[in-house]
Ligand binder design. Structure first.
Ligand code: HPA
Ligand SMILES: [Zn+2]
Length: 335
């Protein structure tokens, strides 16, 4: 088995994927044509060439512009189905998938249209590929808390199909505390919570996500390294971090993969997991993320096993479901 085959075939979970960030340039063009939306690019190559980012915001500007081609239920279905096909090809057994409804409702698209398209693709992927999945509604933190509250209200009729809410978009200047009331209401309604924190923002934002938003996981969280007390807490409570290595390099969170701190965090005993974030924009799905860190950081087979096992442990699946998937992983490792 080649390395490439190993990383594709090892059974895994993905816990940090923005479905809108899986929009490949080819589909962006096709949907633009289908919906008569003019893109500021002449070709797929030109789109790929534009993906040179200096920081999170320079990426987000293109990410929100790219979303404009998503108009109909079928568009959301096609986007999600393409991701699930890719996930199946990389033996993702379970995915917890972010979507950004405010990025679409602000363009006049109904919550129902977005949800129906995405959810239908997830149900079909369960049937066809046996991949289980959960949806996580992300609030856009550059918008107001009132706007987030409105998105939460819109989601209530779909509560049974959206087990958790999260927080994404421009981090610095938009701390978790801004959304405390929204997250209080979400938890009261039975949603679990997660939040992007400590990607570009300081460790204090990670503390706020834990103490004010009651999160079960931190998305990114790599800047916890600057706060020894926080490291101790994350280790003791085994609060998972959904780390996205290729994203961190593309958005200049680290200068190079050799300087990424994921191996250090793993060795310290944190529950770190590997994920793709926005695979179309950052140049790789979850298997490529695993393979890149393996070679840049000299990871052992045991390190890879631990990272992948953590990914199942950190899901919102039941204890029994986790055990079943970890048994499948153990069987693969013994082959
Ligand atoms: O990595 C990210 N960080 C914050 N917001 C995002 N929205 C999509 N991807 C990201
Ligand atoms: Zn993200």
């Amino acid at each position: 088995m080649t390395k490439n085959q190993f990383f594709c075939q090892i059974p895994k979970a993905e816990l940090h994927i923005h479905i809108e960030g899986s929009l490949e340039p080819e589909m962006m063009f096709a949907l633009g044509d289908r919906n008569n939306i003019q893109l500021p690019y002449k070709s797929v190559e030109e789109i790929r060439a534009a993906y040179n980012f200096q920081n999170l915001q320079s990426f987000l500007d293109l990410y929100y512009a790219g979303m404009s081609v998503l108009q109909t239920e079928q568009d959301f279905y096609d986007l999600t189905w393409a991701y699930m096909q890719k996930a199946s090809a990389q033996n993702v057994r379970h995915a917890e998938i972010f979507f950004d409804p405010q990025g679409h409702t602000s363009r006049g698209i109904s919550f129902e249209t977005i949800h129906r398209g995405i959810y239908r693709a997830l149900q079909e992927a369960k049937q066809e590929f046996g991949i289980s999945s959960y949806l996580i509604l992300c609030f856009l933190r550059h918008l107001s808390a009132e706007s987030a509250m409105e998105a939460l209200e819109q989601a209530l009729p779909y509560k049974d199909t959206i087990p958790a809410v999260g927080l994404d978009s421009s981090e610095v200047g938009n701390p978790p505390s801004k959304f405390q009331k929204v997250f209080d209401k979400a938890r009261e309604k039975g949603f679990r919570t997660v939040a992007h924190a400590g990607e570009e923002g300081p460790p204090e934002y990670i503390w706020e996500a834990i103490n004010l938003l009651g999160v079960s996981r931190i998305d990114h969280g790599v800047r916890c390294i600057d706060d020894p007390k926080l490291l101790e807490y994350l280790i003791e409570k085994q609060i998972p971090l959904t780390v996205c290595p290729l994203s961190n390099i593309k958005l200049c969170v680290f200068d190079s993969m050799a300087k990424h701190n994921i191996k250090q965090l793993l060795d310290m005993g944190l529950c770190v997991t590997v994920n793709s974030d926005d695979p179309s924009y950052f140049g790789g799905y979850v298997a490529e993320n695993l393979q890149e860190i393996e070679s840049a950081l000299n990871l052992s087979r045991q390190d890879i096993y631990k990272l992948v096992k953590n990914s199942f442990q950190a899901t919102f699946l039941s204890v029994e479901e986790k055990q079943t998937r970890i048994a499948e992983l153990d069987e693969f490792m013994m082959k």
